[in-house]
Design a protein. Structure first.
Length: 117
């Protein structure tokens, strides 16, 4: 099973492919729906990625009506706003569409960020 902690470790080791590691976790969590995938905190080493991972995990918990682990609430917001798309012309749309779980940590994504084909 892919865990949030192992996903964080993979992203730290391979930051260029962060999206692949994150979406592998999203797919696996939706498939297994196992709260153990969220056990224990990961090391807080990158404010933007830490906030993105925590926001993603909380959103997935909301999606399946799973109680959010308490430790996720201790993951701080990004120091500066992080627009995940990286595209200047999508910043305004991201400000409007970003789900609450992401906005509270200054992470801005499009509303379909976690949608998978």
């Amino acid at each position: 099973m892919i865990t949030l902690r192992s996903t964080k470790e993979n992203i730290d080791a391979d930051p260029d492919n962060w999206a692949m590691h994150l979406m592998n976790f999203v797919d696996e969590f939706r498939r297994v729906r196992d709260p153990q995938a969220l056990e224990g905190p990961f090391a807080f080493t990158n404010d933007r990625m830490d906030a993105l991972l925590a926001s993603t995990a909380e959103s997935l918990c909301d999606e399946i009506n799973l109680e959010t682990p308490e430790w996720l609430s201790r993951v701080p917001a990004a120091k500066h706003p992080y627009f995940v798309s990286g595209l200047e012309n999508l910043k305004a749309v991201s400000l409007v569409e970003s789900p609450l779980r992401f906005r509270v940590r200054k992470i801005f994504v499009l509303e379909n960020f976690l949608n998978r084909a």
